[in-house]
Write a protein that binds this ligand. Structure first.
Ligand SMILES: NC(=O)C1=CN([C@@H]2O[C@H](COP(=O)(O)OP(=O)(O)OC[C@H]3O[C@@H](n4cnc5c(N)ncnc54)[C@H](OP(=O)(O)O)[C@@H]3O)[C@@H](O)[C@H]2O)[C@H](O)CC1
Ligand SMILES: [K+]
Length: 516
């Protein structure tokens, strides 16, 4: 699903009006009617007090359309105009007149924090104060209104976006944004719904289709894309009856150090379970028996050194190399890594200490093969690109870094985001159970194993991140967040593959719509 920018949404608005030969007020009527249909389907006439707070622009206009329909369908509605500006949009005014024609209980003007209405916990708040037109900090008395919403503990339904949330930058203060229980967004969710700092402003979201011009929506190239089952299904490479393991490549996993051989075991198993034909581990001598015993499917080559990697010398031409898991950053290992980069011609996946060595010696970055995959967790990312101000600044820095070195960067976290060629791929699978030792090693193995089978590095990364999270989502149903282990993610990878062909039932759709 494409995530549109503010400019693209306004363009969609303009083109829809032009190509469908309708007025902007008609489009607003569609928006407001869709909002009403969503509420009506859930409220079924219940006489719960609904407080509709409208700004003075088109977001407020949507709110007025909704309030009018709620009123004419007999709901218990109170409408307020949050008068943060004396301007009025054209369509706001049209709907301000329309609602006055269906009720004697005209909208109440709020001009300061003296007259906030009482809101009970069982009431419903509709937040139509600001939409995507927010372009400067919210005035203090309106922030106080948002605090009033929070204090009421009432269910808060935001129209299009939680008011006070910018589409393309962090809010000045988290309190400047409405805390939405649910956001109904037009055309598509917004990128801010998926970033750690701003996802907190809406617990859940859903998309309302207001008949935007499909030709524009499908043709416009967006910077960000939401990755769910629909987007990865076409990546999947089915196997033919006469397949053999030679067709699925040979992954080489390089890593491990004394006490951290398990990281290599997990990565090798992840690569095999992702479908790699053959897997060889290159590890220090200390790990030989442990690895051969724990993972008989993997072949093992050992370094001359007992406890760490000191000289990467493998007489094979791997389809792909996954390097860094459990590797340590011993000076001998660093030298071996540098010598390896000078010789290596295979696609490369770098993780953990491979990234830390890159960060210590940025001259090595120029030696990475094109489209190398880097899978840093936040701390490793900071060592690579430096500190960032906020989530939007982080994205800009990673985009620039990925572009400069022609690499693919996976920003791991709730909604892992893959960045390459100035595009963002926002993952929808995964859960807090993944915050466990080794889950990163497994992801490295999965991405390596997919490249081994012929998936291009970017495809392998987006698909691997999806499968990794999906496996965890299925496994967590049995283990719960606290008890999920990295090994369980591997055990459930098959279920994640099989799930690709299950019809997306409503539960799946709900899961994908769960906010953070
Ligand atoms: N294309 C669509 O998706 C459709 C969207 N609809 C709804 O329209 C809003 C966007 O409406 P818009 O009028 O552009 O802007 P807002 O309603 O979000 O904001 C109103 C105006 O308020 C001014 N503004 C901005 N920030 C502040 C602030 N902090 N304090 C005071 N005033 C502020 C600004 O105007 P200025 O001229 O003063 O800059 C805003 O324009 C969208 O979110 C949807 O809900 C349509 O209804 C259907 C199609
Ligand atoms: K809003």
């Amino acid at each position: 699903m494409k995530l549109f920018s503010k400019e693209q949404i306004y363009e969609a608005d303009r083109l829809t009006i032009e190509r469908q030969n309708i007025s902007s007020a008609d489009l607003m009527e569609r928006a407001g009617t869709q909002l009403f249909n969503w509420m009506h389907a859930r409220m079924q006439g219940a006489q719960v007090p609904v407080h509709v707070f409208c700004g003075i622009g088109n977001n407020g206009g949507d709110g007025l359309v909704l309030a009018r329909h709620l009123t004419t369908h007999g709901y218990h509605v109170k409408t307020y105009i949050v008068n943060y500006s004396d301007k009025r949009s054209k369509d706001f005014l049209i709907n301000y007149d329309r609602i006055k024609s269906v009720t004697k209980d005209w909208p109440v003007l709020l001009t300061d924090d003296e007259s906030f209405p009482e809101i009970n916990p069982k009431d419903i708040i509709v937040d139509a104060v600001f939409g995507i037109g927010l372009n400067r900090p919210v005035v203090a008395w309106v922030v106080a209104l948002f605090d009033h919403f929070r204090a009421s503990k009432a269910f808060t339904l935001s129209v299009d976006v939680p008011s006070g949330l910018y589409l393309d930058k962090a809010p000045e203060h988290t309190n400047n944004v409405v805390s939405a229980s649910f956001t109904l967004s037009f055309a598509a969710p917004k990128l801010a719904f998926f970033l750690p700092q701003t996802a907190q402003h809406t617990v859940q979201w859903d998309v309302l289709d207001i008949g935007f011009d499909q030709e524009y929506l499908s043709s416009v190239d967006t910077e960000a894309e939401l990755i769910a089952k629909h987007e990865v299904l076409f990546l999947f490479k089915p196997r033919t009856k006469f397949s053999h393991k030679g067709q699925f490549g040979h992954s080489l996993i390089i890593g491990g150090s004394y006490g951290k051989i398990g990281a290599v075991t997990l990565a090798c198993k992840g690569a095999l379970s992702a479908g790699s034909g053959l897997v060889t581990a290159y590890i220090p001598k200390c790990g030989y028996t442990a690895l051969q015993a724990s993972l008989p499917e993997a072949m093992v080559i050992t370094d001359t050194d007992k406890n760490c990697i000191s000289n990467i010398n493998v007489a094979m031409q791997p389809s792909v190399v996954g390097l860094g898991v459990g590797m340590g950053t011993d000076s001998k290992t660093l030298k071996a890594f540098e010598a390896f980069l000078k010789e290596n011609k295979s696609p490369l996946v770098l993780d953990a200490d491979g990234l830390n060595m890159l960060a210590q010696h940025t001259a090595l970055l120029k030696m990475l093969p094109a489209q190398t995959v880097l899978t840093p967790h936040p701390k490793e990312l900071e060592r690579l690109i430096g500190v960032w101000k906020d989530d939007f600044d982080k994205l800009e820095k990673v985009k620039a870094f990925a572009h400069t070195y022609n690499v693919i960067v996976v920003i791991k976290g709730a909604h892992t985001i893959t960045i390459s060629n100035n595009k963002l791929y926002v993952n929808t699978t995964g859960n807090p159970g993944l915050a466990t030792a080794g889950s990163g090693d497994v992801l490295t193995g999965i991405i390596t194993g997919l490249i081994s089978q012929g998936y291009a590095p970017l495809e392998a990364t987006v698909f691997g991140v999806y499968l990794h999270g999906k496996a965890a989502d299925i496994a967590v149903g049995k283990y719960g967040y606290q008890s999920l282990l990295a090994s369980h993610v591997i055990d459930y990878l098959g279920a994640a593959y099989l799930d690709l062909f299950k019809k997306p039932d409503s539960q799946d759709r709900e899961q994908e719509k769960e906010g953070s």
